[in-house]
Design a protein around this ligand. Sequence first.
Ligand SMILES: *Cc1c(COP(=O)(O)O)cnc(C)c1O
Length: 390
Amino acid sequence: MNTSPRPIYLDCNSTTPVDEQVMAAMIPFFTQHFGNPASASHQYGWEAEAAIQQAREQLAAAIAATPEEIIFTSGATEANNLAIKGVAEAYLDRGKHIITVATEHNAVLDPCRYLRSLGFDITFLPVQPDGLINLSDLENALRPDTILVSVMAANNEIGVLQPIAEIGALCHQRGVLFHTDAAQAIGKIPLDVNAMQIDLMSLTAHKVYGPKGIGALYVRRRNPRVQLAPQLHGGGHERGMRSGTLYTPQIVGFAAAVQLGIDQMVAETARVSQLRDRLWQQLNQLDGISLNGHPTQRLAGNLNISVDGVDGHALLLGLQPHVAVSSGSACTAAKATPSHVLQAIGRSDSLAYASLRFGIGRFNTEAEIDRVGGQAIATIQALRKTSVAL
Ligand SMILES: *Cc1c(COP(=O)(O)O)cnc(C)c1O
């Protein structure tokens, strides 16, 4: 076994550890209150159903929705698939045009590309160099046959926050449904489906110190009532929109995690953004470091930088023993492709490769940030020295 200390975890946009309080809330539902929430004939079922109802109410309240508008799924990937494919199928007679954005997560882009292969017309809006969409681009893209607009609340790579309320207002003015992937946003920034005029919203637990494998789709029931074609057929759970036995411990943990996120939101946003700014100030002492994404309109814990004059792969390898971060390239087998998000904001391939995404979270400390800052600076300086020598 490797006995050296594990690298400092700074990859909270990828996933987060389960908070101990969340874990404690989940445990009784594995072995004790294990009933099938759909079993209406005995106490085991009632206990599970009561816990799920409470979680549903808590989650609904967290986004100003009603409990009937929460459809539990296995996570945001499934919620995005259900929203996009479910709306496409249900509104076939209204049109076949969907608008999304080039910087969306693949869990939005791939269902859209799939629909395109079936004959739908998809508009992938560009973004400005700061990562935000231009509202007039969206306005100009809307057509009489547009059935859905899907724009993420917070970007998973560069952390930028799209103007969700303005997008919602525009969509509703034009009678078009608005879906947002809020996987990175829930528990981090305030979300209100009415104030923001959101019709469908994808959520997940594991980016907010909850368990993996659980999420939800918010589906508006009034003004307008959203129609959705189910993508999983079976026992008719979740009012027929998503069949499958509900996963009680995960659902209880999901609600507890979101509640903790909201309870701590103001204090944590301040603490984590202070750590993020501290890291940025340290790194920015070097020449040739640039910030990816809007400087202020972003998630508190996200710092994404490009480093000029170093090889991206060498940079990641150099940091790997010390810090767990992501880079702007998705390495598959032998081939690396630059991040589609960094390409969309206009970064060259080499700057997209030589990028680092720091995801700072609840359990990171100032001492850790200073160690990472020092380590990153030493690694970058060493790499630049060798490339000059070559
Ligand atoms: C993590 C993430 C997803 C995928 O969520 P899962 O629950 O892991 O399926 C989708 N969209 C965004 C923006 C994400 O950050």
